[in-house]
Design a protein around this ligand. Sequence first.
Ligand code: ARG
Length: 460
Amino acid sequence: MSNKLWAGRFTQPTDAFVEEFTASINFDQRLYRYDILGSVTHAGMLARQGIIADNEAETIIQGLNEILAEIEEGKFVFSVAREDIHMNIEARLIEKIGPVGGKLHTARSRNDQVALDVRLYLRDEVDAIAKALRQMQSALLAQAEVNLDVIMPGYTHLQTAQPVLFSHHMLAYVEMLARDAGRLHDLRRRLNLMPLGAGALAGTTFPIDREWVAGQLGFAGVTRNSLDSVSDRDFALEFCSFASIMMMHLSRLSEELILWSSADFAFIELSDGFCTGSSIMPQKKNPDVPELVRGKTGRVYGNLVSLLTLMKSLPLAYNKDMQEDKEPLFDTIDTVRGSLKVFAEMIAKMAVNPERMRIAAARGFSTATDVADYLVRKGLPFRNAHEVVGKTVRYCVENGKDIPELSLEEFQQFSTAIDADIFDHVTLEASVNARKATGGTARSAVEKELVLARQALEES
Ligand code: ARG
């Protein structure tokens, strides 16, 4: 009545819609390479342990390799009736090599098989994403390196606060992405454990060698509890958490790029290849790429919440609910990879406008704190200095002047502690370069961080 691998217990065929509804083949087929790799290794282990004969393992492995070629050449017919990638491949194997193919699933369950496949797949994706992150950091660093003389306004509350180096601003994102890379590295350690051997949930009655399988597949070790092995999806959750935080960083950068490329700021120009026009307003050049990345951040958060919600009430061990882990995970991977790829290229091609940044940096009394710090060095308590400069700024506002434009006499109305050397402290360069302590925006401090960031990137 049915060619289902589990049909033995059943007297009636699966309802046609239920078959479609419960199938995962449409999305889990992307695991094929890892499913076959896991099966080839498993068959090798079964033979090594004398659980199946050597020639049986050889036939199975050859059949699996042929199936791999069929899939890669686009000749494999994926079937919803065969539910998922595991049964599509196993059924095809039996079709090709006969009943001996049925020995492959000895000492194994789809529950530990799928846990293995997803770990193997995610491990490769994590490595690819780590590389993409490095490329993104490198693009930011390159912008920081070539624009070392560019001064821009630093903001708090999006109000002009103090001048900073544009390079310093770029390095802030390098720093964020370095933490992201650290999280990725960290989650990879917990991901890189081999779950096969858990069977359906309780382990297996066969004398398997899990450590050998783990070694063959490049895992650092084996998982330690069969129930947990088949019901743990922490690795997917950790990945989606990493991705959410990383996308939050890209989204913040997106927001800044969108502001900076507006006519009102005009701090940067994104290259034409990363923008689109308006169908009605001929003058428009829209920053679609950063807008879309900012938007996609929402779906990555959504995927994390989906997964957390999916897992929160599941009793041990495997539950079919867990098949729903794949689409959010895969979508997150695709979104993160796409976003990093497009961003690295866009940042590399971004043009900066030093003049516009400089004009903006000089506005808004951005060196007021420098006057206060000057007074502190002359002996005033900081709170008094703050008061003096507050009054000075009010005077400037009322008289339509900027701080560096005041005469010495005007300065001295507010404090006699002010001398002619005040003018050495209120330029943009002086303000920036005075902030020399580690992590500050002084050119000397930023140069040091640029070197360190480059080194760290090359060593990672
Ligand atoms: N397609 C299933 C999944 O992704 C594979 C495991 C199925 N196991 C089971 N007992 N039905 O979760």
